[in-house]
Write a protein that binds this ligand. Structure first.
Ligand SMILES: Nc1ncnc2c1ncn2[C@@H]1O[C@H](COP(=O)(O)OP(=O)(O)OP(=O)(O)O)[C@@H](O)[C@H]1O
Length: 278
């Protein structure tokens, strides 16, 4: 059999299952004639965690959409995005492996449905159960297990529209757990939450990270970066500003440079915080 360069490279990349979870090379996204993201090189290993940090409009969401294949990079002979070594993974494989929690999804929760239905919909990629699908005892049990893991089993039968923002956010995490994903993407998961909501969402990220799942976090706030996340990817003006160990990059100097205003970083027991220097 004669193989193209792409197939040969995929074989190489998959030797002994050693391919990174995600691999980006010369990945460029152009919109309206403007480069909105340019990633020379980025690899994320299976089980590795990373936090993406950067100013508004820097390109963080675009970066995530490259991983989830919601946006496509400019064509290159060498494919710019690979998932587990594959340049053309099945979309269903990606969907099964990735769980995504974002404020955007939160905004879509505008239906009067019991929480358990919202959670179980995660098995089908729908918000509630699809019309033709009946709630079987097995699906119900899995939904309840997911809610229990999030510590919110008692709200299973509540109308989702009556929940607090923090409870909805946790219910959406439970929904993502229905497919037992190996990667969890949290896109600004604490936006709009009070300190209690933030506490629970960050605690949930810790639980999932400690289970060996990769956590990819997009945030504006170092406070969200749980101690389990050791690597940060700083994005500024549509490209990678820095990529490396958290303890080297989460400094007052680097944050000041990244955001363009005087900032100070404090650290305590592996947790970071950011404040303005006036
Ligand atoms: N379809 C499009 N056409 C033109 N520009 C776009 C398009 N989509 C995104 N952009 C621009 O690309 C840039 C990167 O957007 P992106 O949403 O990735 O940034 P972000 O870092 O996630 O921002 P935020 O922190 O505000 O969520 C922004 O300047 C945005 O306006």
């Amino acid at each position: 059999m004669v193989m193209g360069t792409e197939e040969l490279n995929e074989e190489e990349a998959n030797v002994e299952g050693s391919a990174p979870l995600f691999s980006l090379r010369d990945a460029q996204v152009v919109r309206g004639g403007k480069t909105i993201l340019d990633v020379p090189s980025f690899d994320l290993a299976e089980g590795e965690h990373v936090a993406l940090l950067g100013p508004n409009g820097a390109g963080k969401s675009t970066f995530i959409q490259l991983l989830t294949r919601e946006v496509f990079p400019l064509w290159r002979e060498e494919p710019p995005v690979r998932f587990r070594g594959s340049a053309r993974p099945e979309l269903s494989d990606i969907k099964r492996s990735l769980g995504i929690v974002s404020a955007t999804m939160h905004d879509q929760v505008r239906v009067h449905l019991p929480v358990i239905d919202i959670v179980c919909g995660g098995m089908f990629g729908t918000l509630g159960l699809p019309r033709h699908v009946e709630m079987t005892p097995e699906v119900h049990r899995r939904g309840m297990d997911a809610l229990e893991r999030l510590g919110i089993a008692e709200i299973a039968d509540r109308d989702v529209m009556t929940l607090s923002t923090g409870q909805v956010r946790r219910a959406l995490v439970a929904r993502e757990l229905m497919s037992d994903p190996s990667v969890l993407i949290f896109d600004e998961p604490c936006t709009g939450l009070d300190p209690e909501g933030m506490y629970h969402v960050r605690d949930t990220m810790r639980m999932l990270a400690s289970e060996g799942r990769s956590v990819v976090l997009v945030t504006h706030y170092p406070e969200d970066i749980i101690p389990d996340i050791k690597r940060v990817l700083l994005i500024k003006e549509a490209t990678i500003f820095a990529d490396g160990p958290k303890d080297e990059l989460l400094t007052s100097e680097t944050m000041t440079e990244l955001f363009g205003v005087p900032l100070a970083v404090d650290e305590s027991h592996g947790w970071y915080s950011l404040r303005g220097r006036y």
